[in-house]
Design a protein around this ligand. Sequence first.
Ligand code: AP5
Length: 213
Amino acid sequence: MKLILLGPPGSGKGTQSRRICERYKVPQISTGEIFREAIRERTPLGLKAKTYINAGQLVPDQLVIDIIEDRISRQDCKNGFVLDGFPRTVGQAEALSKMANASGVFTISFQVNEDELVKRLSSRRTCKDCGTGYHLLFSPPKKEGKCDQCGGNLYQRDDDKPETIRKRLTVYKNQTAPVSEYYKKLGKLASVDGMGEVNKIFGLIEKAIEDLT
Ligand code: AP5
């Protein structure tokens, strides 16, 4: 199964891709997470990406295309993968179509209204150690500031500040929304209502995967 999850910031791509990968036994490839790890480790990639990410802008296409081309050619992607956060421009989608291990990809696109996106992003917390995601209102940790799974410290992403959230939503509308059209024209797109309870949405995703494969 080679699946792309498309949707605006906060639409649940990370939350759902973790579940999909567990259920279908394929690796999750999150470009946002690859960049955040590089930033934490202060690598040259991290230094380049940080300025763009903290300003709510996209990292330049070629940087991210090279990363994905290398990542999906690895052995653990032989039976498929879930792309969370890529492609994000039509240029990235076109580049993906030319990659050796990308034939047969299909796309699920999440629909979530803007008020809900802002609510989700402004109270998101993530575990520094294992990456588990929380929401202070919808899915809070049992102990404040600590991960239920591993006890690690929870943090708020730098790009989840209100002004950066607004910028990211605008960038999504201008640069990423056209990617849906690209896959729709190819007949490789299913739209899923991303509003409501996480388990209910996962059920809709399972159904969409059945229909698309
Ligand atoms: P990235 O990390 O990909 O961020 P994003 O697309 O903005 O998406 P988010 O991670 O913010 O949201 P999500 O949809 O995963 O939602 P989540 O499940 O966490 O990218 C970050 C940056 O990196 C970009 O801005 C860009 O600069 C750069 N970048 C990355 N990829 C790139 C690329 N290909 N090209 C160029 N630049 C790139 O959910 C959010 C919150 O809501 C959580 O708290 C969660 O618990 C909660 N939640 C989830 N589902 C529900 C639900 N159903 N009900 C209630 N709460 C829910």
